[in-house]
Design a protein around this ligand. Structure first.
Ligand SMILES: [Mg+2]
Length: 574
């Protein structure tokens, strides 16, 4: 596989090119605030700098930033000067692109939000669905179809809904749904709606209408869903954090679309509850479990590498446990397929139907043992034994019986709230998030098109920041053209990930609501467990020291820029 480390020569080349761009921006940063220009100056490419009479922005109070108005030059001179700076910046950015493009991010990297050493981890815990077991896209179609038919046959929804099929890639994880307004949307880390990503049914809602409905684009805390992303009384925004919720969001959109198209009056809250119930029934009644068990090769992606990870940990003498909400039969069939019939030998404790996140909070539910025939036994549990299957229980009892406490335990799960939030906030276990979408997004970020657009977008944004002080009409005409170009590029960098909702991780430059939760609740995150195969079990994950807004960007930006394109700092070659 591609080595994860960056060759020294590449690093040096990268640093040199990046230094040139940084020097260029530092020059703009310190020189664009207040200036005047000799009207007789003739501007030529790459000669704009020295011919200005310049006063550093840092030499005076902020009030001096309006000094662009003091310019004594003609409008034509100002226009030429601004375009010459633009062209110079663009050229320097273009020079950098081949170097950046050569330093792609390896999709098999493990990324760190928090420093963590595998050397300290003695016990590894796992969720099952979308952590140990990965499903093909057929599963989403299956869930969608069954829930749609339940709505028609049991909730008496119109037969016409059968015309709707599952729409792959219509939605992304982490979206919010306004239950009362029947709107699906993406919200950023600061509770702002990303305009252009609000959908009623299958159609976008015009920005003006969104702004009128929400009196802007900010969503107040009191109508956001609760800590675990669920809506409850008074909360109208439900966040969908589960990979299983992709068919649920799509079904909600299709049913809304049908009612809107046919001018049928309906109560959005009831529609939401009916769809939620129908989707829940697909799981609770065991319909999905039976379908997957009946055709396992169609629905489960063979997990050769998952098996290799578990064997690697076992060989190194690590303890392992499984805590899943799924029933034993379902897990057993899947693990037989992925690992083999002796899969239970790898695990010290297996807990099924755990009812997470309640499992991490509720102290009352006792553990029950389940026989391999699925019979529930009522004996009081004094030990959690290897080779046995346990049901329900709670984490407090789990900690008491195993003694597996604190930062020597690392638990992996794909649900940021149900799997990871309580563990990191209340119990001090280390946490690893499995985010399968990472692989696709990183591959897009590694394309030349994306690198080109994003690099120039950053450079142009820097240019706008520095040149906004020039308020005269000629300068403002140029600056408005730059703003339009920037808007076009921002849209392109959104659409390249998903035409409707963009990236899972960003709303333009801001992190998404999902991203912020991910960085808060997960010590490390990765596309799949197989990424662990690239690291030895002594490895320490170091988060990048990205500069805070008030910190000097000079050195950290150079290094962080470089490491954006590569991988976690000190990985070993495999
Ligand atoms: Mg899961």
């Amino acid at each position: 596989m591609q080595t994860l480390s960056l060759p020294l020569s590449n690093l040096l080349r990268n640093k040199e090119s990046f230094k040139r761009l940084i020097t260029h921006f530092k020059y703009l940063h310190t020189r664009s605030g207040t200036w005047s220009v000799n009207s007789s100056t003739s501007w030529t490419r790459r000669s704009w700098g020295p011919k200005c009479v310049l006063v550093s922005r840092r030499q005076g109070p902020l009030g001096q930033l309006t000094a662009g108005n003091m310019c004594t030059s003609s409008g034509d001179d100002k226009t030429s000067w601004l375009w010459s700076v633009y062209n110079e910046t663009k050229q320097r950015t273009l020079d950098l692109i081949p170097v950046i493009s050569s330093n792609f991010v390896n999709p098999d990297t493990i990324f760190a939000n928090n420093q963590m050493s595998l050397q300290d981890i003695e016990i590894y815990g796992f969720d099952y669905d979308y952590t140990l077991a990965f499903y093909s896209s057929h599963l989403h179609t299956l869930i969608f179809n069954i829930a749609r038919d339940i709505l028609i046959e049991e909730h008496r929804y119109p037969e016409g809904l059968r015309e709707y099929d599952y729409i792959p890639n219509f939605v992304i994880r982490g979206l919010h749904y306004d239950v009362q307004k029947a709107l699906l949307m993406k919200i950023d880390a600061f509770h702002y709606i990303q305009l252009g990503t609000v959908y009623r049914g299958l159609n976008p809602v015009p920005e003006k209408e969104v702004i009128a409905m929400y009196e802007g684009s900010h969503v107040p805390l009191e109508i956001m869903s609760d800590f675990y992303g669920k809506s409850s009384h008074g909360h109208t925004m439900k966040q969908f954090m589960d990979i299983f919720s992709l068919p649920e969001m799509t079904l909600l959109s299709c049913v809304n679309d049908y009612f809107l198209k046919h001018n049928i009056d309906y109560e959005p809250v009831h529609l939401y509850k009916d769809v939620k119930e129908a989707i829940g029934d697909v799981h609770v009644r065991g319909i999905m479990y039976r379908a997957v068990e009946a055709d396992i090769e169609k629905y489960i992606c063979y997990g050769e590498q998952t098996h290799a990870v578990l064997q690697k940990l076992s060989k190194m003498g690590k303890k392992m446990f499984l805590i899943t909400n799924s029933p034993f039969d379902f897990v057993d069939r899947g693990m037989n397929y992925i690992v083999g019939k002796d899969w239970q030998d790898l695990f010290d404790v297996v807990i099924v139907q755990a009812d997470k996140p309640g499992f991490f909070n509720d102290r009352r539910k006792p553990f029950r043992r389940v026989t391999d025939k699925g019979v529930l036994l009522w004996d009081r549990i004094h030990h959690l034994e290897k080779g046995q299957i346990y049901k329900q229980g709670n984490l407090y009892e789990f900690l008491r019986l195993t003694g597996w406490r604190g930062s020597k335990v690392l638990y992996f799960g794909d649900h940021i709230y149900s799997d990871l939030a309580d563990l990191t906030l209340k119990h001090g276990w280390r946490t690893g998030a499995i985010i399968p979408e990472l692989r696709k997004e990183i591959k897009i970020m590694n394309t030349e098109e994306y690198v080109h657009t994003m690099t120039w977008l950053q450079a142009l944004t820097g240019l706008l920041e520095q040149m906004q002080v020039h308020q005269d009409p000629a300068s403002q005409t140029v600056i408005q053209q730059w703003i339009s170009e920037r808007e076009d590029m921002r849209l392109r960098t959104k659409d390249i990930f998903n035409g409707k909702f963009g990236s899972l991780f960003r709303t333009y430059h801001n992190p998404t609501y999902f991203s912020r939760r991910l960085s808060r609740f997960a010590d490390i995150y990765m596309a799949s467990l197989s990424c662990l195969l690239n690291y030895d079990l002594q490895h320490t994950f170091y988060p990048r020291r990205t500069p805070l807004q008030h910190e000097s960007p000079i050195w950290p930006e150079e290094t962080s820029f470089q490491s954006h394109r590569t991988t976690a700092g000190s990985q070993r070659e495999t």
